[in-house]
Design a binder for this molecule. Structure first.
Ligand code: ATP
Ligand code: MG
Length: 407
């Protein structure tokens, strides 16, 4: 992209009430625009990052046999009434709206009920199982407090996957595949080393659920881990019984702040039972479908990465999800001419700062935007037939030939 053609410009200041550093940078660098508290718009650069995150998630889920769908965001109250979650006293984060002709609809906070209900149309025999369906979609939650920019919002993008299995053995096999796929996803997103699968409370139907927690000072959760991090648990399950079962002592655990970037749940028949999702087994008997649900906070992941890797100059994107790989600056006549040439050849990976600005301003914006590599072409570098290549994360610069730039 040519910077001068983008409608987005970097801003000198972030919205006043934006306190987290990464959130301030996302606003100042033009990735997101704050609509109101807990509600954000994604601008061209932000949308590119989101799309890259989504692509990684899709590739890993498709690889374990999942199919993508897109459910409606307007929801029918009926299935929610059957599971007793329509009442605002049971689920306090509902946004609801009215039909012109009378009657209420819900604005999707999550999708267990609609998915379970829909599957009654398509699952009737053991031959129809298993089914693994997911979507990447907007969720609405009337959170009491929005926090840390796009990390906790009232409208956000979630990937939610639901598994439908004939029995617990089949369910457990898939659950394990999902655990591995999740680890791969966080690895590819660039946060694998700091993301831990934790034991979390499982509700009524399974002993534990698992969360994926990324270490970050702005995280809302506290996790506990032993030295080699082979046991990591959430605060809510930190009790004597659980510690004994996991074979660790309280004194062996350290704590850290973390943000929940995903979770996986064994639901068993929590939703299929009240909604009557059944199938006929090989012996002709009716049986209730066993379910699991698997979430990833797509927009929260973007917020966590923005917070976690920012430094005093701006954002620092991992290469895999950066909107562009190179931030290109040409200085002087020869430098600018060479930059134009390079940009024309590799438009899809380069953000070319062709604005009529002093180099110092461009360097500052290159850092604020967090593009992984900066390329500077000037009379000085070209005298040696080279370009200056600077790594945003390490700050290291070196002179390389154009051919050495790995496009
Ligand atoms: P939390 O404890 O943070 O409120 P949750 O248990 O309500 O999360 P789920 O309903 O399981 O979360 O949603 C799946 C994922 O969606 C979470 O792991 C998280 O990454 C993300 N998420 C949940 N609530 C929000 C929100 N208000 N804003 C942004 N992302 C969210
Ligand atoms: Mg919540």
């Amino acid at each position: 992209m040519r910077y001068s053609k983008s409608f987005v410009k970097t801003l000198r200041s972030a919205p006043k009430d934006e306190t987290a550093r990464g959130a301030q940078y996302l606003a100042r660098a033009g990735y997101v625009h704050k609509e109101l508290a807990g509600v954000y718009d994604y601008l061209p650069l932000g949308l590119k990052v989101l799309d890259k995150i989504k692509t990684i998630i899709r590739e890993e889920l498709d690889a374990i046999g999942c199919q993508e769908v897109l459910m409606s965001t307007l929801q029918n109250p009926e299935p929610w009434q059957k599971t007793d979650r329509w009442d605002i006293k049971k689920m306090d984060i509902w946004f609801k709206t009215q039909l012109a002709a009378g009657g209420e609809l819900g604005l999707a906070p999550t999708h267990e009920e609609p998915f379970t209900n829909m599957m009654k149309t398509y699952i009737s025999s053991y031959k129809d199982l298993p089914v693994y369906t997911y979507q990447i979609q907007t969720k609405f939650r009337n959170e009491l407090r929005a926090k840390s920019g796009i990390m906790r919002t009232r409208e956000f993008i979630m990937k939610d996957l639901y598994s439908f299995s004939a029995n617990m053995e089949e369910h457990d096999r898939f659950y394990h595949k999902a655990e591995i796929a999740y680890q791969k996803i966080y690895d590819r997103l660039g946060i694998g080393n700091d993301t831990y699968q934790t034991f979390a409370s499982g509700g009524v139907f399974a002993k534990y659920s698992h969360e994926f927690q990324t270490l970050t000072d702005v995280g809302e959760d506290t996790i506990y881990y032993n030295q080699d991090k082979s046991v990591v648990l959430n605060e809510e399950v930190l009790n004597d019984e659980v510690l004994a079962e996991l074979g660790v002592k309280r004194s062996e655990l350290e704590s850290a702040k973390a943000a929940e970037v995903g979770n996986i749940f064994t639901l068993k028949t929590k939703y299929s039972e009240p909604l009557g999702l059944e199938f006929t087994n090989q012996n002709g008997e009716r049986q209730t479908v066993v379910m699991g649900c698997y979430g990833i906070g797509v927009s929260r992941v973007m917020g966590v990465i923005a917070e976690k890797y920012a430094d005093e100059h701006g954002l620092v994107w991992p290469e895999q999800i950066a909107p562009y790989q190179y931030y290109l600056i040409g200085i002087g006549n020869a430098g600018t001419q060479k930059a134009e040439e390079l940009y024309n050849k590799h438009q899809d990976v380069i953000l070319y700062d062709d604005r009529d600005l002093r180099p110092g301003n461009k360097f500052a914006d290159a850092e604020l935007l967090g593009i992984p590599y900066r390329i500077v072409l000037s009379d000085k570098t070209l005298a040696e037939g080279k370009a200056e290549l600077t790594n945003r994360a390490t700050g290291e610069s070196k002179l390389v030939t154009i051919e050495e730039l790995a496009f």
